[in-house]
Design a binder for this molecule. Structure first.
Ligand code: 5GP
Ligand code: 5GP
Length: 226
């Protein structure tokens, strides 16, 4: 009898360990975040074009970020899984085109991609390994063609538009409500900086966002040219 109780106790401890392990790797959804290069560059801080040349006038990927439903998020989950450029060498030209770095000093993107993998990607490793993480983000960008969505609604770079018209245009094309993040241009006016869409934990489909980030925009915002 004592032996039986003891084995139940051991099993419970093992179960708790297993649950803790699963819980530590889990997250509730992803934010898929794209940045408008014109707005990254048109700030007091300015920007630097990548060593591979000026990117196209298109949204670029910022990241695919695991998040919790309460708005918090895990980060830097696995120090034992550093970014390995050789794992994504087949994606490099697509990465340069679709995930360009604009930070100074100029770089070829490896530093940006490494940061995104290590801070965010390692928190969804149970679902996507490094290659799958980047390949999935590239695929999502094709699926949610933001520039085309805006263009179809007559919203093009070099103008000023209502925040609502921008949200409606993306909702119309992507089928889900986006979150718009603004930054301020060099004279302090709000402009369209980043667009967030939410993705399910398997990273296979867009979903309605369980929670939106915080931040301010004005009702009318700039969409600067690039
Ligand atoms: P910022 O302070 O510019 O909003 O965010 C700085 C960085 O924090 C972002 O680039 C991103 O790496 C991380 N971050 C900010 N907000 C969120 C969020 O809601 N979810 C996740 N996963 N990361 C975030
Ligand atoms: P996050 O904001 O995702 O935590 O961090 C972004 C980091 O990547 C910052 O250290 C930033 O300097 C660097 N970075 C490099 N290129 C870019 C870029 O094009 N856009 C943004 N937002 N960050 C970049």
């Amino acid at each position: 009898m004592v032996k039986f109780q003891c084995s139940i106790a051991i099993n419970l401890v093992l179960l708790q360990c297993l649950l803790a392990l699963v819980a530590s790797q889990s997250f509730d959804f992803f934010y898929f975040v794209q940045q408008w290069p014109g707005s990254y560059c048109d700030t007091a801080q300015s920007c630097c074009y990548p060593t591979t040349g000026k990117p196209a006038a298109d949204f670029g990927i910022h990241g695919l970020w695991p998040n919790y439903n309460d708005g918090s998020y895990p980060s830097n989950c696995d120090p034992n899984s550093p970014f390995n450029p050789s794992e994504i060498s087949d994606l490099e030209s697509s990465m340069q085109k679709n995930w360009p770095t604009l930070a100074c000093p100029s770089g070829d993107g490896q530093t940006f991609w490494s940061h995104e993998w290590e801070k965010h990607g390692t928190c969804s490793e149970s679902v996507l390994d490094e290659h799958a993480y980047f390949e999935t983000a590239l695929g999502l960008k094709q699926k949610a063609n933001l520039l085309q969505a805006l263009k179809s609604a007559g919203i093009t770079p070099g103008g000023s538009y209502s925040l609502k018209s921008i949200k409606d245009a993306i909702m119309e094309a992507a089928g889900y409500t986006p979150w718009i993040e603004c930054n301020k241009d060099s004279s302090g006016n709000y402009q369209l900086y980043q667009i967030y869409l939410c993705v399910d934990t398997s990273a296979s489909k867009l979903i309605e966002c369980p929670v939106f980030p915080k931040g301010a925009c004005s009702s009318e915002i700039e969409f600067p040219s690039f």
